[in-house]
Design a binder for this molecule. Structure first.
Ligand SMILES: [Zn+2]
Ligand SMILES: [Zn+2]
Length: 91
């Protein structure tokens, strides 16, 4: 099964996309949205909390597509894996 929440191949920026801070120790974090799983750069503080980045629909679509690229999958596979994530449980 595809691990949509993996950030192994996600690039890390220099500025937190949640609070805007630029500090050391940035990490890539994933957020599950209705559109799919996306990843953003977060500072350690935001990375520890479960805060979802507030992005517009258009931005979210782009971020989800980018994260698909990080995972090496396409949007169809993302949708399938997402259904499993939400449906959960069977087997
Ligand atoms: Zn932050
Ligand atoms: Zn990513």
């Amino acid at each position: 099964m595809i691990d949509l929440l993996s950030t192994d191949n996600c690039p890390v920026g220099f500025r937190c996309e949640i609070c805007g801070d630029a500090t050391d120790g940035m990490v890539a974090v994933t957020a599950v949205t209705l559109l799919g799983v996306l990843c953003v750069t977060a500072c350690p503080r935001c990375g520890d909390s479960d805060m979802a980045p507030s992005v517009s629909i258009g931005t979210a679509v782009r971020l989800v597509a980018q994260h698909c690229g990080h995972l090496g999958i396409d949007l169809d596979q993302m949708a399938d894996a997402l259904a499993e994530l939400h449906g959960g449980g069977e087997g």
